[in-house]
Every structure is written in structure tokens, then in C-alpha cells.
Design a protein around this ligand. Structure first.
Ligand code: GAL
Length: 688
């Protein structure tokens, strides 16, 4: 059930607002809320995310009255609603009458009630009640004109993404039976002859609990797949109910950026709108770089369609060890970054800062000091400013570079400890490769390993540990049609059942890359090997490989130190106008930038000559206009060259002259007629 024609979010402006928890406040406060929301340009709020216990006070006994009134107050104020199905957390009465619905950890301990998400994703009781509650919400409010979006559950897997209870074990066995049909299939797939793990009855098969030693890696990988699927099934139960009652309303569930535990490609298939919660750490001066990768994924999950930043913090969060507030201007540039990357708005957790409970120290649009709070002044000013960007709504990001995000490879290379090295890190690799492209001036989309790759010149594959033939064929076809593919270390290693490909890595990618890996050669902690690229030395601190050129690949860089000295480190195999690069080492950032500069040149794409990682430029476009966001994430001025006579939408019609000084945390949005190539923004060489 993929959702080929998503239902649109009917909102006539960029979305602005936040989570709203009126059940934490007396009714008179609601009226003040709406007055202040209007002042702040709020047009959308999410509620009632955690309110099931306040709505169904005892089994079958509903108290809708307060929510009826809240919705009327919001509607009268012109505020639209992203209506939650209120199934993010169960009421105590449900848990206490069905304690078997509580999740278990890998040690077999039951997790208690007292926080949120206190449910096992496979629990039939929970599933039945969730469907009932979603239907009750849809039947009561689905026709209300204020409701423009369904918000299903909340951040699936945030607290409980894996469950080891008996119900999950039974569900896991059913899942395995569907995949492998019989025990012979399972035994073959799991390679049970190693360490004597043959199963002779389904009842013997368990989820991978804590065991005597390293657990079967295919069992671990299948448990990751199963657990993601179990939450996907849960999501689908609500989606089906909502589509049944309100077939025209769009449906979303809020994602958590690049979240390891769930395969978001599959979740996005069944929703109408991708929404994301993003909390870049204000204490990290480079947090905007991984944020850009997260947003690249979000826009790509539904083929480039706009998505929506549904949660971010106005200032500090309250769940890190140290929660640093956002400096003045940081919330604005963070929000504009998400919009630059295709979000049709910027929303917050939450509207009004709580006075009690787990999140009372989490910032909000309206802080504890109310109208006087800095967050209110800043978010209200930004809400008004956002109206200048109305034209951007619906426009799509223009990117020529895509990075493969593959959950199987992420899980496979991290679920087991039985690896050449535990230091490779799928996410770290993806971030490092993306970081190099960011530094060189490119916004990067995400793609599946099987494509489609239409519209891209360059596809990056930082790690594809699990590779099947179809993926390899798709990547090779892209190269043969003139595209450039770059593959990173420890790719093409195993098939989907975690069996090493015949002949070893890169397995089915051998035709694309023209190399063979004799052995991975991980670098011990604290040591670093080096690679030589055109006379320069590049550090390889984590991972190297013994690579043999097998088939017409040319050597771009060689190892310069250690046992591998003189052997190929980076190679390129030509495919007509395209090429397949292999980077066999984990390279330090500067070295990666040097390699990627060559790759971009090979792909016919521009690169910034000088680098400032605080500078980011992203172009969204509609049929007529390129909207180029130029952002300074840093605390120093940045001078860039921009197209002459570009109109800055945020500057109220100022015309720039080709050279632009961006203040610390400054942003401009340049509107220019849509060109064959979007403007490529570089640091100015003029130094006066
Ligand atoms: C999200 C969650 C919100 C709130 C927020 C705080 O993970 O969806 O309900 O807890 O974090 O940062």
C-alpha cells in the first residue's frame, strides 16, 4: 500500500506553530494562548499528543468536552490543527488491566509505567485499543474544518523501538515464517551450522536476548528488520482507520531525523507528508552539518516533495546532560535552514513552556516569563518575518548529488560485535562524506541503494555492507549512463542473509568498481595510517583495506604507510562518460574533501575553491524562480559572491551587487529567474 498521490496539507502559508498542551493549563489561559499565537504568526498547532488519559478517563467513558472547546477556541482564532490520535502513550487503566502489553528489554525485564510509550509494539491489546482510539478521534473531529493533518502516535521508537517480551517473540517467529516459509529456510538463512544453532521447532526460536556470547549476526539483523516492521504495522493500523473515516485528510507521523531503529523509506511510503523533529545541539558549532543531511533525507523520502519540520526547540532542550540555550538568532537560522532544505514551515516543541513534569525545563515559544520571555520575542518576530517567504512554499530543492541511505547496511554493520572493527560506524561514515560535500558547496539528497537516480550526476555510497544484485545493477547502470558513483569501505561485503559474497568484497559491485578486496585492514585505536594523493598525505585513522585492481580501474591514491604502503587506496573505473570510484579507507575530513573535490570535477560539478563550513547555500525552485538560501551558521562575518540584482526576500526588496556580507547567523534568500543551473554560491575572492 504505497501512497503514490499524497493528500496535500491545506494551509495557505508556511506552517508555523508548535505542540500545544492545553490540558496542562486552565481554560482562561487558552484564550491568552490564542491571542499570543496570533501575535506570533502561528497558524498550526499539534494536539493532543499525550492526552488519551484525559480523553478516555475510564474504559469507554470519554470526556470530549474540554477538547471540543479547545478546538473551537483555536478555530475562532484562525489556527489550524495537526490533530494527534492521542495514542502516543497509554492510560494507566489500560496498562494495569493488561500488564502483558508492557515492553521487555533484552534482559527480560519488564519496563514500568511512569514515563511514556509504555507499550509493546506487537501487543494485540495495544493494537486493538489504538485502532479504537484513532477511530473515536476521527469520528469526533475528522470533519472539523480546523483539522488539516493527522498526527499519528508520536516519534515511533523514541523510547521503545525493540521489545523482547513473549508476545514480541511470537510475532518475530511469525515474521520469520513469512520470510523463510519453513525451518529449513530459516536454518539456511541464519547459517546455523556455525556454533551449532540448528532449530528443529519454531518454538525454539527466540528474539536475540542477552546470550552467553556473540549472537548469530543474521538473527540480529532479522530482529532489526522485524522490529522496524512491527512499528510500521502499528502505524499502518492507525493509517487504515483514518483513511477509512477521513479519506481526504493527509496523514503523518513525526520522524526523528536519521534514526537508526526505523527504516523511514518504508514508513514514508504510507504517509502523505513527511514530518521531522530536529534538535541540533546549540553547544556544537558544527551541528548544522549533520542537520543538513537529516533534512536531505526528509525531502527525499517522498521523492523531493516538501516536508515539514514539526518539532524543534526554541532554545534549550531538557534531555541532554547539559542543555545549552540557543543564542539570539540561532533559532532563526536553524529554522531557515530547515526551510531552505524543503520544509514548508517551522514548528516547535512546544508552544507554552510547562510548569511541571519531565519537560518543565525544556524551552518553548512562550517561556516561563510569558510575553516577556526572550523565546517569545524571537519566535514572534520570526513568525512575522516568515510571511515574507510565502512564495517559497511548495518549491523543491535542486540537488545534483545524492547519498545512499540503507537501513539494512546500517543495522548489519552495527547489530553484531563480530566485525573486523567496531569503529567503522555507518552513521559516522555517512556524516563524514556528506560533510565533505557540504564543505564544497553542495546540498545532498538521499536515495535508496536501488535508486531511482534520475536527475543526479553524483551518487555517494559511504557504506553498503549489505548489497544485493539489484542494487549493484542499478548503481552500475547509473554509471554506464554517465553518472559518477563513489563507494566507501566495507561495501558489497554480504548478501541480505549476511553471507559473504562469493570471492569476497565488493561482491556484486566488482563490475562497477573493478577492484577486489583481499582483506580489510582496520587501524588500531590511537594509530593512523596515511594515503598519498598527488604528493599530499591524508590520514586514515580507522580503517584501511588490502585492495587489488582487478579490472581496468585506475589508481587515484595509494597507501603511503604500514603494511599496505604502495597499494591502491582510492580507485576509479571508467564506464563510458561515467565512473565508479572506490575509497577503501576511512579518511580524515580534510583528506575526504580533497578526494571529493576530484570526484566533483569528474562528475562535472562545481566545488568551492575555499572552504568555510559555516557557509551553506541551498536552492529551492518553482517553475519560474530559484530561491537561493545563503546561511551563515557561524559567529563571524562571511563574504560571498552572489548573482547580481538578486532580490533578497528577507531584506524587504534590497538589491545586492554581487558581493554580499553575511553577518554572524545572517541569512538571505535570493530570488532569481530559474536558470538551467541553480546559482552556485562561493566565498568572495575580493578581500577589500
Ligand atoms: C520529542 C518529543 C516531544 C518532546 C520533545 C522534547 O522527542 O516528540 O514530545 O518530548 O522531544 O525535545
Amino acid at each position: 500500500m504505497t501512497n503514490a498521490t499524497p493528500r496535500p496539507l491545506r494551509l495557505d502559508a508556511l506552517a508555523y506553530g508548535g505542540d500545544y498542551n492545553p490540558d496542562q493549563w486552565p481554560e482562561e489561559v487558552w484564550h491568552e494562548d490564542v491571542r499570543l499565537m496570533r501575535e506570533a504568526g502561528v497558524n498550526l498547532v499539534s494536539l493532543p499528543v499525550f492526552s488519551w488519559p484525559q480523553l478516555e478517563v475510564s474504559p469507554g467513558e470519554y470526556d470530549w468536552a474540554w477538547l471540543d472547546r479547545v478546538i473551537e477556541v483555536l478555530w475562532a482564532g484562525g489556527i489550524r490543527i495537526d490533530l494527534a490520535t492521542a495514542t502516543a502513550t497509554p492510560p494507566a487503566w489500560l496498562v494495569r488491566s493488561h500488564p502483558e502489553m508492557l515492553p521487555w528489554d533484552a534482559d527480560g525485564r519488564r519496563l514500568e509505567f511512569g514515563s511514556r510509550q509504555a507499550y509493546c509494539p506487537s501487543s494485540p491489546v495495544w493494537r486493538e485499543h489504538v485502532a479504537r482510539m484513532a477511530r473515536a478521534m476521527a469520528e469526533r473531529y475528522g470533519e472539523h474544518p480546523a483539522v488539516v493533518l493527522w498526527h499519528v502516535s508520536n516519534e515511533y521508537g523514541d523510547h521503545v523501538a525493540r521489545c523482547w517480551c513473549p508476545e514480541s517473540a511470537a510475532h518475530f517467529r511469525r515474521w520469520l515464517e513469512e520470510h523463510y516459509r519453513d525451518l529449513d529456510g530459516l536454518n539456511e538463512a541464519w547459517g546455523v551450522n556455525v556454533w551449532g544453532q540448528r532449530y528443529t521447532a519454531w518454538e525454539q526460536v527466540e528474539p536475540p536476548r542477552r546470550a552467553t556470547g556473540p549472537v548469530n549476526p543474521t538473527q540480529l539483523l532479522d530482529f532489526e528488520r522485524f522490529s522496524s516492521d512491527a512499528l510500521l504495522e502499528l502505524f499502518r493500523i492507525e493509517v487504515d482507520v483514518l483513511r477509512d473515516v477521513t479519506p481526504d485528510l493527509p496523514v503523518t507521523t513525526n520522524f526523528m531525523s536519521l534514526f537508526r531503529e526505523l527504516d523511514y523509506w518504508r514508513f514514508a511510503e504510507i504517509e502523505d507528508l513527511v514530518t521531522d523533529d530536529a534538535y541540533p545541539d546549540p553547544a556544537d558549532p558544527h551541528a548544522h552539518v549533520p542537520a543538513a543531511l537529516n533534512y536531505g533525507l526528509m525531502r527525499s523520502l517522498k521523492g523531493g516533495r516538501p516536508w515539514l519540520l514539526l518539532e524543534q526547540a526554541a532554545s534549550a532542550v531538557s534531555w541532554r546532560a547539559v542543555n545549552v540555550p540557543k543564542a539570539p538568532g540561532r533559532m532563526r537560522v536553524d529554522s531557515l535552514q530547515a526551510i531552505a532544505h524543503g520544509s514548508d514551515g517551522a514548528m516547535f516543541f512546544q508552544w507554552r513552556q510547562a510548569r511541571y513534569g519531565q519537560e518543565k525545563f525544556h524551552s518553548a515559544m512562550l517561556g516561563h516569563r510569558g510575553e516577556q520571555s526572550r523565546t517569545f520575542r524571537e519566535t514572534a518576530a520570526f513568525g512575522r518575518e516568515l510571511q515574507r517567504l510565502a512564495a517559497v512554499k511548495g518549491a523543491r530543492v535542486r540537488s545534483r548529488v545524492a547519498l545512499v541511505v540503507d537501513w539494512d547496511s546500517w543495522w548489519g554493520s552495527s547489530a553484531t560485535e563480530s566485525l573486523p572493527s567496531q569503529r567503522l560506524g555507518w552513521l559516522a561514515q555517512a556524516r563524514a562524506w556528506h560533510g565533505a560535500l557540504h564543505a564544497l558547496g553542495h546540498a545532498v539528497d538521499a536515495v535508496r541503494a536501488s535508486g531511482p537516480f534520475d536527475g543526479y550526476d553524483l551518487v555517494l555510497v559511504p557504506n553498503l555492507y549489505v548489497t544485493d544484485d539489484a542494487q549493484a545493477a542499478a548503481l552500475e547502470a547509473f554509471a554506464a549512463s554517465g553518472g559518477t558513483v563513489v563507494v566507501g569501505p566495507f561495501s558489497g561485503v554480504v548478501d541480505p542473509t549476511e553471507k559473504v559474497h562469493p570471492g569476497g568484497a565488493p561482491g556484486p559491485l566488482r563490475g562497477l568498481l573493478g577492484v577486489e578486496v583481499d582483506e580489510p585492514w582496520p587501524v588500531p585505536d590511537g594509530a593512523a595510517e596515511q594515503v598519498e594523493l598527488a604528493g599530499d598525505r591524508i590520514d586514515a585513522p580507522v580503517w584501511t583495506e588490502w585492495v587489488e585492481v582487478a579490472d581496468e580501474a585506475s589508481v587515484v591514491a595509494r597507501y603511503a604507510t604500514g603494511v599496505l604502503a604502495g597499494r591502491p587506496a582510492v580507485t576509479r573505473r571508467a564506464h563510458g562518460a561515467g565512473g565508479g570510484w572506490y575509497v577503501s579507507a576511512v579518511l580524515a575530513d580534510e583528506g575526504l574533501v580533497a578526494i571529493m573535490r576530484r570526484v566533483l570535477d569528474d562528475a562535472g560539478l562545481p566545488a568551492r575553491a575555499r572552504i568555510d563550513r559555516d557557509l551553506e547555500a541551498v536552492t529551492r525552485a518553482d517553475a519560474e524562480t530559484d530561491y537561493t538560501f545563503v546561511l551563515n551558521h557561524g559567529a563571524h562575518e562571511i563574504v560571498v559572491d552572489v548573482p547580481e540584482d538578486a532580490e533578497d526576500l528577507l531584506g524587504g526588496g534590497d538589491r545586492t551587487t554581487g558581493r554580499l556580507v553575511l553577518a554572524p547567523l545572517g541569512v538571505v534568500v535570493l530570488a532569481t529567474p530559474r536558470a538551467a543551473e541553480p546559482p552556485f554560491i562561493t566565498l568572495s575572492e575580493t578581500t577589500d
